[in-house]
Design a protein around this ligand. Structure first.
Ligand SMILES: [Zn+2]
Ligand SMILES: [Zn+2]
Length: 373
């Protein structure tokens, strides 16, 4: 085996220098495609909305399709008045681990099945995985794995989990329509500020299973007339929803939508609710997480396995299993001493941990596709 640590670190350092935001990952995609072509992968560029890349390699015998997904986008920050793009969520690390895996596997070859490496754009804005799905890239995949660096609050250096339970998050936005009038004659108007307050009070009284983390919070109310002695005729409202399970999220969306649509009618007004946007909660496949656990034990030892991590963060990876429930998919969490936290422009971690991720992937490839030698 070649020096995985040196390979993955070099890849990481190079990708870190060319951080690009969602849907603009052109240099990153070109870097990935060139690297995979050199290794002998069949490469498809310009997929999944334009900046996605897929690399495929076949074994000698037919068999299952094993997929690894890496997200490739970075985040924008304003620092000293200047906009900068920084890989503060570690997607450069995820990409470098899959590329290092590609190098190892291509040098040694494997007996059966197909290895499919999926480099997904725009994870940060929750649209990339749906673009991958739209292009049919998941349709033939049997197994799918992804890894995300975890902050030190979730996993210590070298600890790993075979099952990241990301939560679901959705945003419900609506316009409330009323009628303007003189504030001295409020009975002639329909006050959208008062309607919005009623909506918020009703949303605060929603009850779901208290043993499952969830929340519904108002994050925006805009209701006013330029003249403050007028009754506001229009309001905008936004509700942020979180849930650790998809059934509770479904119920929250239905109740919140119902409250927003019904409440204005009590006042003679109306509401227009936008289609809620968001990401589903993790659905972990037990076969995939059992295999990931076995891989983690072989690389970092039983003492470093954390059975599951429940994270308030979300990831659009979970659209894949939502789209194809037969997919044997799990999301691995990699402890790497990451501080102060994800999405902090000063985020840093111990790069030596990246080799653990590559070795975990190699174990999985060997188990399912039988690496030679
Ligand atoms: Zn992120
Ligand atoms: Zn991320």
């Amino acid at each position: 085996m070649s020096d995985i640590n040196a390979i993955v670190t070099k890849l990481y350092d190079e990708l870190h220098q060319i951080a690009e935001p969602a849907w603009k990952e052109n240099k990153t995609a070109a870097y990935i495609a060139a690297y995979l072509k050199k290794l002998g992968f069949e490469v498809t560029e310009g997929v999944a909305g334009g900046t996605g890349v897929v690399g495929i390699m076949h074994g000698k015998e037919p068999g299952e399709v094993l997929g690894f997904r890496a997200d490739i986008d970075a985040l924008l920050f304003t620092i000293d008045g200047k906009t900068q793009c920084i890989h503060a969520c570690g997607h450069d690390a995820h990409t470098s681990m899959v590329l290092a895996l590609a190098k190892e596997v291509s040098e040694r070859g494997f007996e059966r099945g197909t290895l499919k490496l999926i480099f997904q754009p725009a994870e940060e804005i929750d649209t990339g995985s749906r673009a991958v799905i739209k292009d049919g890239i998941i349709d033939d995949v049997d197994w799918l794995f992804a890894t995300h660096l975890r902050p030190i609050q979730e996993l210590a250096l070298n600890q790993c989990t075979p099952a990241m339970y990301h939560g679901s998050c959705y945003m419900v936005e609506a316009e409330i329509l009323g009628r303007c009038s003189h504030a001295g004659r409020p009975h002639l108007g329909i006050n959208t500020a008062e309607i919005a307050v009623q909506i918020v009070n009703s949303i605060n009284a929603i009850r779901e299973d208290a043993s499952v983390q969830h929340s519904a919070k108002v994050t925006k109310i805009l209701a006013m007339e330029p003249s403050l002695n007028n009754i506001p005729h229009h309001a905008e409202i936004a509700i942020d929803l979180r849930s650790q399970t998809n059934p509770i999220m479904k119920s929250l969306i239905a109740k919140v939508t119902d409250i927003i649509e019904t409440t204005p009618k009590l006042f003679g007004g109306s509401a227009v609710v936008k289609t809620p946007e968001g990401v589903p909660a993790a659905e972990i496949n037990p076969q995939a997480s059992a295999l990931a656990r076995e891989a983690i034990v072989s690389v970092v030892g039983e003492e470093n396995v954390v059975e599951k991590v429940v994270s308030p963060g979300a990831d659009d990876f979970h659209y894949y299993i939502n789209y194809k429930p037969s997919l044997k998919a799990t999301y691995i969490g990699l402890g790497c001493g990451l501080t102060p936290g994800l999405h902090d422009p000063n985020m840093h971690f111990d790069k030596n941990a990246l080799a653990n991720g590559v070795k975990i992937y190699l174990y999985i490839v060997n188990k399912l596709l039988h690496i030679k030698g």
